[in-house]
Design a protein around this ligand. Structure first.
Ligand SMILES: [Zn+2]
Length: 89
């Protein structure tokens, strides 16, 4: 498990901390999680937050689209590899 710098989802909050990298963040520090203070204020269980638990329905839909596209792209890639090996074999 990698650890990365996280920023609080609350844009007015400047808290940052090192936490588990659940989104495979390479460049931008993740900000899907509220810091302990903000989570407490909002009545959210800090430890139960997931990369999607705080998303609004619109954000969730947007995320799903990205995931779908990524899946489709990897499927297409696999098919290409398969057909390439069929030609060779
Ligand atoms: Zn915060």
């Amino acid at each position: 498990m990698n650890y990365v710098m996280h920023f609080c989802r609350n844009k007015k909050c400047n808290n940052g901390w090192i936490d588990k990298d659940l989104t495979n963040a390479k460049v931008n520090p993740p900000d899907w999680k509220y810091c302990r203070e903000c989570a407490e204020k909002l009545g959210i269980d800090y430890d139960k937050q997931t990369p999607t638990s705080n998303l609004t329905p619109a954000e969730l839909e947007h995320r799903n689209k990205i995931v779908e596209r990524a899946l489709l792209a990897s499927k297409t890639r696999q098919q290409k590899i398969k057909s390439a090996s069929t030609v060779r074999g």
